[in-house]
Design a protein around this ligand. Structure first.
Ligand SMILES: [Zn+2]
Ligand SMILES: [Zn+2]
Length: 171
């Protein structure tokens, strides 16, 4: 859905989108386990030429656990309230620097903004940094490779040995 300034000049656009897996191609290490549901409004503020997009989205994503490598799904739910400014006009000989640290502030070019791009960015921001099937996932045994959530092997615990060695080195 294209958020067209000419339409928003008349009245804000309401959106209620259902995006099936594949509608947005995520170049990332997860896949969509269900549709993205995104609802909200987009408004054009004539005085500042800003587009304000606000709403909520939810989606179920499939990840691979960082520790045990088993697949799991997680429900992502997030709200957003974003301001998009027109891309600063380019003056010859002058560098344009767009700071990515200002995450709530984006830029648009031309007649408006593609809603799918807004949604894509919000999903990527909502993805957890640490992907664990559960908070206390025991992971894989570094010796025999067993998934320790399913089976507790009795391989020697190498990690604690290393810690002892480090302690002994201090004393
Ligand atoms: Zn796990
Ligand atoms: Zn083991």
């Amino acid at each position: 859905m294209f958020l067209d300034i000419r339409l928003m000049e008349q009245k804000p656009i309401s959106f209620d989108e259902i995006l099936p897996p594949g509608a947005i191609r995520f170049d990332s290490e997860f896949s969509q386990a269900g549709p993205i549901l995104a609802a909200g409004t987009a408004a054009f503020q004539e005085a500042t030429e800003e587009i304000r997009v606000a709403g909520t989205l939810s989606v179920s994503l499939s990840f691979q656990c960082d520790r045990c490598t088993e697949p799991f799904t997680e429900q992502i739910q997030t709200g957003f309230d974003l301001i998009y400014q027109p891309v600063p006009t380019h003056t010859p000989g002058q560098e344009i620097s767009i700071k990515s640290s200002e995450s709530d502030l984006g830029f648009y070019e031309g007649q408006g903004l593609e809603l799918n791009e807004v949604i894509e960015e919000q999903v990527l921001l909502a993805v957890p940094l640490q992907r664990l099937c559960r908070a206390d996932c025991r992971g894989l045994c570094p010796v025999c490779g067993q998934n320790k959530n399913e089976f507790l092997c009795d391989c020697p615990a190498q990690r604690s040995d290393e810690r002892w060695a480090a302690l002994k080195a201090i004393h």
